[in-house]
Write a protein that binds this ligand. Sequence first.
Ligand code: XIL
Length: 982
Amino acid sequence: MRTLRALVAAALLCLVPALSAHAAAADLTYDFENGTTQGWGPRGGGVSVTVTPDAAHGGTSSLLTTGRTATWHGASIAAPFVRGVGYTVTAYARQVSGSPAATIALTVQRTPTGGSTTYERVAAATVTDGGWTRLSGSYLFTAESTDVQLYAESSDATGEFYLDDIVVTPLGDPTREPVASDFEDGTAQDWAPRAAATLQSSAEAAHAGSRSLAVSGRSASWDGPALNVLGRMAKGDKYALSVWVRLGPEATAGRLGLSIERRTGGTPSYERVVSPKEVTAGEWVQLSGTYTLAYDVDFLSVYVESDTGTFPFYLDDFSMKYIQPKPIQTDIPALKDKVPFVMGSALTRPDALGVHGELLARHFSGVTPGNELKWDATEPREGEFTFADGDFLVDFATRHGMTIRGHTLAWHSQTPDWVFQNADKELLLKRLETHVRTLVTRYKGKIAAWDVVNEVVDENQPDGLRRSKWYEIAGLDFIRTAFRVAREADPDAKLFINDYNTEFPRKREALYALVKRLKAEGVPIDGVGHQLHLNIEHPPASSVEATIERFATLGVDQQITELDVSVYTDFVSSYDTIPPELLVQQGHRYKELFDVFRRQAAKLSSVTVWGESDDVSWLRSWPIPRLNAPLLFDDDLQAKPAYWGVVDSSRLAPPMRRLEAPAGTPKVDGRRDLEWDLLPDSPIARVGDVSAGFQARSSGKGLYVLAEVSDPTAGKDDRVTFTVDGTPYVVKRTGSSYAVGWTGGLKAAVRPTPTGYRVEALIAPGTDVDVTVSDSAGASTSWTGKVTTAPAVKLTSAAHRTPVLDGAVDRVWSAAPEIRTATWIQGTSGATAKVRSLWSGSTLYVLAQVADPMLSEESPNPWEQDSVEIFVDPGNGKTKGYEDDDGQYRISFSGRITVGGTFDAGGVKDHVKAVTRTVPGGYVVEAAIELPTITLAPGTLLGFDAQVNDASGTARTSAVTWNDATGRSYLDTSHWGVLRLV
Ligand code: XIL
């Protein structure tokens, strides 16, 4: 940097021999104190430029321009600018007494080689005769040019004006220098309106200091203050941007965000640095984010906009700083050398540049463009194909010898509206055919595999097919057409059907049935892509393995296409910093997954992670903006525990799992009592052929433990060792058991099961537990963690009867036992309910008789209205987070229904009917909930809970449940009770 500065200074010296005596280091100052014009001369016939003592900004003299007769007349100098170097220019101007106010601008005129003369405004302001006004701006030019001039002009053709203290400061490397605005000098500091907005330095509000920039008179949501940052960012570099905003006078609410406009060859693109967020009245809110410039640009501007509305606001303390990247690690193994399949990563344009590009090249043997080949990117308007970004990424991959997955040809998302506009089936399929043929032909021989269709399955539809516009207009024919045309266009490309949640049994089966059917018809499907967007807890690696084994029976290739492991189990939580132990847990999760992939390598041709490093993950913005870290490398591109989970799990800190042991006293006889079925077994991942599930119950007598071992070949050394606070308890498959150094009586029982054996034991209580399952061939797998006691899981039952849904308590209800809500999650008293359940066919009926004398529905939030919530988990999966058939059904006393569940609640939302009735002292809710995803039968267990919300006015004053004491029943199904159908 120093050398660059020195070079710049030297260049300036050559260009401008008459440097002012006041020029510091590399700054150029024209202060007109030595009596000369310091190189400035007239611009335009009849103009004269002189030094005068009549006015001065600093010192005793300034430069006076008179005799003007055109707006472009003024004072000019051979500009001290060097191509490729950025400058800030400041100056002070004042009208001669009697000249009206006018806009005075500093402008650069130059002639690019082979082009025509350009005029570029550097700074401008409204100037009066009443005082000095500061002009300030920055400037950079990149094209070879001649006749470069800096001049001052005025909107008033005849106005006379003074100039003083003109300072030109070259920026070292302009892309490395911070940019900042604080508006303390009373000017707009280079910010300019995007359209009609008025910008003014203002003392009405300030984030720091005493002034900010007031923005008013906006003509549209996108109109507002913009700062030209062309030349201040370099392609491939990352910048941290931050600005503070506050609502203007009279504005009471609004959302503001920070965006970038860039243009290449005149075509503008808009990108969000910070999505518009709520700005509370009277508060300063920070908008901060990072941006990586991924394009060659000829226009670059950062601006603040609202999502809707034209309300006024203030902005203050803007900064933009280059982020120096950490070099990538070169002393760790390349991922691609450590796995027996193509190791892929999604990438978008910025990921192929700088250190991100280096990381990709070092570790990955395959890539999938994350957005650049989608329909909205490749054919935004009918017949107008754009491949600049796609080509760029395909070239990058080809240069690095990577295989490329094309993603994706037909999808319901990121597809422009025109595709479906006025489309009957024939037209839609014609558009599809053109699109598929154009893309696949363009990349013939380059793209090895295409996701021909993406996310077409919906297991909650009777036929298992997503109700997309594609499907609604063309039925299955859109899939058939897409595959046929792709095959015709490139017979060597492998054609995939790609989807998420394929590791969940219902979705797995729906996709399986579809692939089987289409293959039987001769549709050229070569493979199935499993996206695998997982979370830290769920689902277990064993479900992924079951899916791979299932699809192998169809004789198709398989790929893992979009793997990531979110640190969240729900769609609302957010960490400020991610707990380090969670990242270790994630490392073990990746290990278990890659154990599966390695074991199944013959069935998998590639495994792709959806992004190379946490900083570029889509899970930073989906489903909500939040800190997430789902990938193998961190924000600084350094290896995470997740990386070591893939490469060398001996480098991971030991896992620390957690398990609750609810109160319980199962009989130790080797049989699986109902008691154990209330909760799912915690998985112990497969090693070799051995895997297991584990549970515990606490009681005064000790810890009851259960291990369900899957181990197909019996050997005399097969055994389970429970180590509690250092004492090992060994139970052999043969039935013998012992505890070394423990004198208490070990109670144990073993029974064979279809896939192995079951161990039940009563051992001493303790918290630090290790369960290791070993087989005679030497394979062993374990669970290590903390076991804590918890209240018993409540169990009730539903009788097999059909009530009339009318809000009246028919006789049939007396067939079911009554439970009461008595677990307070807010407050300690208030409305409660007596609840009973019945079932018949595929319907669950719930009756809640609520004691609540004062009823209110005033709050706009349904959970703050007097209401009953019923929680149903058809599989009793007890998962952290909702699966797609888990539902939270809320019925207000007046019969209003709201439904919560997984992200879109699509699998549950139309499944509830209810009738309510107010009665003296309260109300009655009678609800019918359809459960189409399972077969109801005597003995079926449902995860189940009930909650009563008590409202007073607009506030919820208490809430009480039957079983779940966590207050998280709306996010997490793991603490609901159990309902058994009888
Ligand atoms: C995501 C991209 O990563 C994001 O940048 C974009 O905003 C939305 O789409 N399943 C898919 C991918 O098949 O195409 C999605 O990619 C992630 C979910």
